[in-house]
Design a protein around this ligand. Structure first.
Ligand SMILES: Cc1cc2nc3c(=O)[nH]c(=O)nc-3n(C[C@H](O)[C@H](O)[C@H](O)COP(=O)(O)OP(=O)(O)OC[C@H]3O[C@@H](n4cnc5c(N)ncnc54)[C@H](O)[C@@H]3O)c2cc1C
Length: 427
């Protein structure tokens, strides 16, 4: 049943909300008038429909509703917990502040004041750890780390209090573009939008309906995720050990807790994932060289096969792509969701002040705005991941020289920090 998230609760299916009874601001195709001959379309109309209610879709709904547009968010809010946390860089954190989420997240997120890279590959050219301090670029923290499930719950909580956003928890099964809109249908709903935002993840139906070609690839890796309580303070330091199998990263959470992201080849991931909780924690502690002292599992664990995806363009035919519908890469350097939230900011700018958010000019402005940022990050993460996976001497030498340069040359380090945060910095 359709629900308007305006605090009024569920309404009967036949009820037409006042906002939809207003004359539509675009021509209504013949046959769309109701039986009374009023200019109310038979099918519900919205300005923007967002498909997918993960973190990016929820953030998009809240951000795009700010202009007073009629928004529909389509899809179930995910509730599963798998130990995955997301490190949200400065600009993402500011966006969440703009959306009114800081209070809800204050005691759930930990600041990332220092990021430490440790070469744990055993390479001949191994370099000492490199530390990046947020204070070097004038920030109290690079960002904040929060459990993904907590972030999604906070976004969904905020959405439930916002007027003008209609949420349909069913999956979208039909997407049909017409001349000046797109018709979407699914479990219990059918509506027409001037712009459709595909926030429906790696296997995006919106991407398919828009005819946007994607390049999709796999890495011989799986990520294990978990949250731990530990004996020593993390002192707001995130540590990324670069191992031959991929990065092993411990990221601070509030209190003496940290999250783990451990990339392994699938066979070793099978073996480690099969361990019971206590031996698993001991294995992680050993891999971390006991950096945080004794470790104990503090929640459910998860496992994600690693892959990448990039698209030739970010929009077509009144449809645009955000988040993992548009880009996927391994969790190195905390880029994925940050990039997704930058998609949201760019989309908000592209449709700002346009009377028709799905007009070709708005879709093309969004595409242009996202090309360089997304390609740069996808390429950088892919290259770093592949140099870790190879034991070829030139790759080791280059990586070692890069880390050495980063540890010794202050301006270069600051440049890399700014690039890592770029677009995520305050605008
Ligand atoms: C181990 C790991 C660690 C990570 N750490 C970080 C980090 O530290 N920092 C960072 O920035 N990023 C990180 N990422 C990346 C980040 O988690 C993802 O970029 C982000 O969660 C993607 O969100 P999304 O909303 O785009 O996609 P998803 O979370 O996949 O959401 C897509 C949603 O669309 C819905 N959907 C699909 N089809 C339909 C349909 N037909 N109709 C309606 N709904 C549909 C799905 O049900 C789902 O809820 C990490 C990723 C992994 C795997």
């Amino acid at each position: 049943m359709a629900r308007l998230r305006n605090g009024a609760g569920a309404r009967p299916a036949h009820h037409v909300p006042a906002i939809l009874r207003r004359p539509a601001p675009w021509p209504i195709p013949p046959g769309w008038r109701n039986q009374e001959g009023m200019t109310t379309p038979r099918m519900d109309q919205v300005d923007i429909a967002i498909v997918g209610a993960g973190a990016v879709g929820l953030a998009a709904a809240l951000a795009l509703a700010e202009g007073g547009r009629r928004i529909a968010l389509l899809g179930p809010v995910p509730t599963h917990r798998d130990g995955r946390t997301v490190a949200l860089l400065d600009g993402s954190w500011r966006l969440l502040g703009d959306l009114g989420l800081h209070d809800a997240l204050a005691d759930k997120a930990a600041p990332l004041a220092v990021m430490r890279l440790v070469d744990d590959t055993g390479s001949l050219f191994r370099q000492p750890p490199v530390e990046f301090r947020a204070s070097e670029v004038g920030l109290p923290a690079f960002g904040w780390n929060v459990e993904n499930a907590e972030l999604v719950a906070a976004l969904a909580g905020k959405l439930a209090t916002r007027a003008g956003i209609r949420h349909e928890p069913g999956l979208v099964s039909g997407i049909t573009p017409d001349e000046d809109g797109v018709v979407l249908s699914g479990e219990g709903f059918s509506l027409r939008a001037r712009l459709v935002v595909g926030a429906d993840g790696r296997r995006s139906r919106v991407r398919e309906a828009a005819g946007i070609t994607a390049r999709d690839w796999d890495y011989p890796q799986s990520a294990l995720t978990a949250i731990f309580a530990h004996a020593r303070d993390h002192r707001d330091v995130s540590t990324e050990f670069h191992t031959r199998k991929g990065p092993f990263t411990l990221v601070p959470l509030p209190g003496r807790r940290s999250s783990l992201v451990w990339l392994l080849d699938p066979a070793e991931a099978d073996e480690v994932a099969a361990l019971d909780d206590a031996p698993f924690a001991r294995r992680v502690e050993r891999q971390a060289h006991s950096l945080l002292g004794a470790m104990r599992l503090d929640g459910p664990r998860g496992r994600v096969p690693m892959g990448g995806l990039s698209v030739e363009r970010f929009g077509a035919d009144r449809m645009v792509l955000v988040g993992e519908a548009a880009h996927v890469f391994p969790p190195i350097g905390a880029q994925g969701l940050n990039l997704g939230l930058r998609d949201v900011m760019a989309l908000r700018d592209a449709v700002d002040e346009t009377s028709d958010p799905g007009a070709p000019a708005a879709v093309s402005a969004y595409d242009q705005a996202r090309q360089a940022d997304v390609r740069l990050r996808t390429g950088a993460v892919d290259t770093l991941n592949r140099t870790l996976l190879t034991d070829l001497m030139p790759a080791d030498l280059l990586r070692g020289a890069g880390l050495l340069a980063l540890s010794r040359i202050g301006p270069l380090r600051r440049l890399v920090m700014r690039q890592g945060l770029a677009g995520g910095m305050a605008r």
